[in-house]
Design a protein around this ligand. Structure first.
Ligand code: GLA
Length: 415
């Protein structure tokens, strides 16, 4: 009896030691993750506080957003980052020059929130700015880059969005390089999201510096033009879309053109939200949602968790769509996909419903970025409508009604 008990005990000890070693090995794997070059092989997917919360950050509300993130199925659909934007800190650094989480907004501090986010299987993102103050006037990182990076790493930050306000005569590339080096020096893999609104052509220089870079000014909920807030006018979905066409060739894994966060669920019509999301997926853009996940309607959830749309965005080739103008002011966006597949997005950017009447065999699409030319008279595809889930083929004629500000998105695989 005695021997049996001690044998059991011995087994338990051995098992515990093995378990601890395994856990340690897994931790080591995390720290051995690449620090640059492979952090974002697919466009990052997540949620950011700015579009829904603005400056009204509040720990308990944000924890409820984390809960809703999981309960709504957003995490399981592939969204990963939970990021705070501007205004999370106190107005001044502490006596050691450290940033401090505003104790009124975050009574338990930032590490506790990061731990909560991680405990739900998500990653934690934070915001700061290359200037001496952030865009909302909070302490920026200028002159504190390495100190701030170490603090973020100690909190368990996985992504940093880095803005460009109050930068005076700073050299853009150098400023972002400094923060990038500071992040890499922490030894923690932290995705670096460059946010200088496209003003210094960030598509030309972020290789090895950051994984994504904003390409335009701020989005504001609005399809044709963005909403106006006081004297500030946001950019609309179509304005941002048009700007992406000029720089699509720079989009690639770990080097993502960022057309700004999503405004799905923030006041546009169902068609507009569906088009906005579809187009961002066609662009292979980072999918950073910006709606209040606690109050998300079923319609919004259906859009944001559409698996076929997300699969278009997350295609491993990372090629951004090109535009083919069609008759009657309709547009077709074409995204070359892996396995010689394609995604097609018909867009009606006008305010009146229209009819698509396309003889497939007349369609030839050609792309100088990916080097593909597809003559539909010679190559036939199976088609899957990602919103209606109807299947078909590229034989005969494609006749469909398309509503105002609406899209029809087809995923094509070779027959
Ligand atoms: C800039 C950025 C926005 C947001 C605000 C916060 O305008 O472009 O995305 O981060 O700052 O102040």
């Amino acid at each position: 009896m005695r021997t049996k008990i001690s044998l059991k005990l011995w087994c338990m000890i051995v098992c515990t030691v093995l378990f601890l070693q395994l856990a340690k090995a897994q931790n080591n794997t995390t720290t051995k993750m690449p620090l640059t070059g492979e952090l974002a092989l697919l466009p990052p997917m997540g949620w950011n506080s700015w579009n829904a919360f603005g400056t009204n950050l509040d720990e308990s509300a944000l924890k409820a957003v984390v809960d809703a993130y999981v309960a709504s199925g957003m995490r399981d659909a592939g969204y990963k980052y939970f990021s705070l934007d501007d205004t999370w800190s106190t107005m001044e650094r502490d006596s050691n020059g450290n940033l401090v989480a505003d104790p009124k907004k975050f009574p338990h501090g930032m590490k506790a929130l990061a731990d909560y986010v991680h405990s739900k299987g998500l990653k934690f993102g934070i915001y700061n700015c290359a200037g001496w103050r952030t865009c909302a006037g909070y302490p920026g990182s200028r002159g504190h880059e390495y100190q701030d990076a170490l603090l973020y790493a100690s909190w368990g930050v996985d992504l940093l969005k880095y803005d460009w306000c109050n930068t005076d005569s700073l050299n853009t590339e150098e400023a972002y390089k400094t923060m990038s080096r500071a992040l890499r020096a922490t030894g923690r893999p932290i995705v670096f999201s460059i946010c200088e609104w496209g003003s210094h052509k960030p598509w030309l220089w972020p290789n090895g510096i950051g994984e994504q870079y904003r390409t335009t000014g701020d989005i504001g909920p609005g399809f044709v033009v963005g909403k106006k807030f006081g004297d500030w006018q946001g950019q609309g979905v179509l304005q941002i879309l048009d700007a992406q066409m000029l720089i699509r060739k720079y989009n690639r894994p770990n080097h993502w053109n960022d057309p700004d966060m999503l405004e799905v669920g923030n006041g546009m019509t169902y068609n507009e939200d569906k088009s906005h999301f579809s187009l961002w997926c066609m662009l292979a853009a980072p999918l950073i949602t910006g709606n209040d996940l606690r109050k998300m309607s079923d319609q919004t959830k259906t859009i944001l968790t559409n698996k076929d749309a997300i699969a278009i965005d997350q295609d491993t080739l990372g090629i951004s769509a090109f535009k083919v103008p069609l008759a009657d002011s309709l547009e077709l966006y074409v995204k070359p996909m892996k396995d010689a597949g394609l995604a097609l997005c018909f867009l009606n950017r006008t305010a009146t419903a229209k009819k698509i009447d396309l003889k497939w065999s007349n369609l030839i699409v050609s792309d100088d970025v990916s080097g593909i030319t597809v003559k539909f008279a010679e190559t036939a595809f199976r088609t899957h409508n990602i919103w209606t889930k109807k299947n078909g083929s590229t034989k005969g004629t494609f006749k469909q009604d398309i509503g105002a500000h609406d899209v029809i998105v087809l995923r094509l695989t070779k027959l």
